[in-house]
Design a protein around this ligand. Structure first.
Ligand SMILES: Cc1cc2nc3c(=O)[nH]c(=O)nc-3n(C[C@H](O)[C@H](O)[C@H](O)COP(=O)(O)O)c2cc1C
Length: 386
């Protein structure tokens, strides 16, 4: 893989990737086009001179994403697209849905480098099963990036401050071509001493800041740590319900999608749907996020350096089975309750067949993070396969 350059270079820090990326084919795609990143203090409201085309005007529209027409309902979820240079390059490479990496109400630092290691589960097909003993016993992680690729994702959800990300997100929205949609992603920030009411309000504030960029829709990440080790916000459906209530009051008719981690219990998943879609606050779910595993080096020692990093989220090939399972169960609940909401399938999509498998499982749209990082041509390959 020596001549291959993922657009997010895992051998460099998050900060270097933010400043210097994207790399490889995505960098090529940006050449010769007007710059879209507003690194200066120019106002972003009003007339935009930054409109660029993605060269996809002649593509037929074959789907929608939360009401917006899209050429193909396929793209990249929150994570590897760090700013408008990345999202614009993604559009030009034919990813019709480009998610702007999760933003917060305040600047937030990144976990120390390294953040991404290659992960090697024991099973023959390289899969990891939610709830299996292997996740707690330790999975080998190193710098041997083999395909089909699985990686660790240990960033801590860094964010720029709103005065940096708001103008840049506006530029990112403006750079979408015909049949393409920029998808903003956000989450709340739990800081020391914060009450539950303040935590809820932080989500609503961040959602309002996103509406100011001209966003037509947004995704709220609930697959982030809530209270205590390994307990995620999405494991508390009633709290997610209260948060979406507060967010909805800020964003009005703008569609809201909720990003979920793998939820093993059907009852909990149904409660999530009832507490959100059932109250008219949520129009879709994006799932899954990473699966948490203990990561060890070849000697059995902690693979990622530093306190609290014995476990990390794993994504890519290893989690496709879990993602498909979650989408199928969500689709069954949609059917059972007779509710109308969209499902965005995420997790381990590395080939056109994987895209199709998610659509067959009930996903209205599909996204790939790790697979796209290691294959910048993935959207084009899927389109060619249809
Ligand atoms: C480098 C990287 C950074 C990520 N950061 C975020 C994030 O900020 N917010 C979020 O909701 N998910 C984040 N994710 C999770 C992805 O959106 C996705 O749910 C997960 O990686 C599974 O998809 P995959 O198997 O295609 O990678 C990140 C993933 C990667 C690879």
């Amino acid at each position: 893989m020596s001549d291959f350059e993922p657009f997010y270079d895992v051998k460099h820090s998050y900060e270097d990737n933010y400043e210097q990326g994207p790399f490889g084919a995505f960098a090529e795609a940006l050449k010769g086009a007007p710059s879209v990143v507003s690194g200066d203090s120019s106002p972003y409201k009003g007339e935009s001179e930054k409109k660029t085309t993605a060269g996809t005007a002649e593509e037929p529209v074959s789907g929608t994403f939360l009401g917006q027409p899209v050429n193909l309902p396929f793209g990249i979820p929150a994570g590897p697209l760090l700013n408008s240079r990345y999202t614009t390059a993604a559009f030009r490479m034919g990813f019709d849905l480009a998610t702007y990496k999760t933003v917060r109400s305040r600047a937030w630092g990144c976990n120390p480098f390294p953040n991404v290691l290659a992960v090697h589960p024991k099973s023959a097909d390289g899969s990891l099963t939610p709830g299996s003993a292997e996740l707690d016993e330790g999975v080998l992680a190193d710098t041997n990036y083999e395909q089909p690729i699985s990686i660790s994702n240990s960033f801590g959800v860094p964010s720029q401050s709103p005065d940096v990300w708001q103008p840049d997100m506006h530029a990112a929205i403006e750079a979408a071509g015909p049949g393409q949609v920029l998808v903003p992603s956000f989450q709340g920030s739990r800081v020391e001493g914060m009450s539950e009411e303040e935590y809820i309000a932080d989500h609503a504030t961040t959602a309002r800041l996103i509406t100011e960029t001209g966003a037509k829709l947004m995704v709220m990440n609930t697959s982030c740590p809530n209270e205590g080790h390994n307990r995620l916000l999405c494991h508390n459906p009633l709290l997610v319900g209260r948060i979406t209530e507060a967010v909805k009051q800020e964003i009005g008719d703008i569609p809201l999608m909720v990003k979920l981690a793998y939820i093993p219990s059907d009852d909990d998943l149904e409660l999530m749907v009832r507490s959100t879609v059932g109250h008219g606050t949520v129009q879709g779910f994006s799932t899954i996020n990473t699966i948490s595993a203990k990561l060890v080096d070849a000697n059995g020692n902690q693979a990622l350096p530093g306190a609290g990093r014995d476990r990390s989220g794993v994504c890519g090939n290893a989690i496709r089975g879990a993602g498909l399972d979650m989408v199928a169960r969500l689709a069954a609940i949609r059917e059972k309750l007779g509710l109308d909401f969209k499902i965005n399938g995420v997790g381990g999509v590395v080939s056109p067949a994987d895209y199709q498998a998610y659509r067959n499982a009930g996903a209205d749209s599909v996204m790939s993070a790790t697979g796209a990082m290691w294959d910048a041509e993935l959207a084009r390959r899927i389109k060619a396969s249809l």
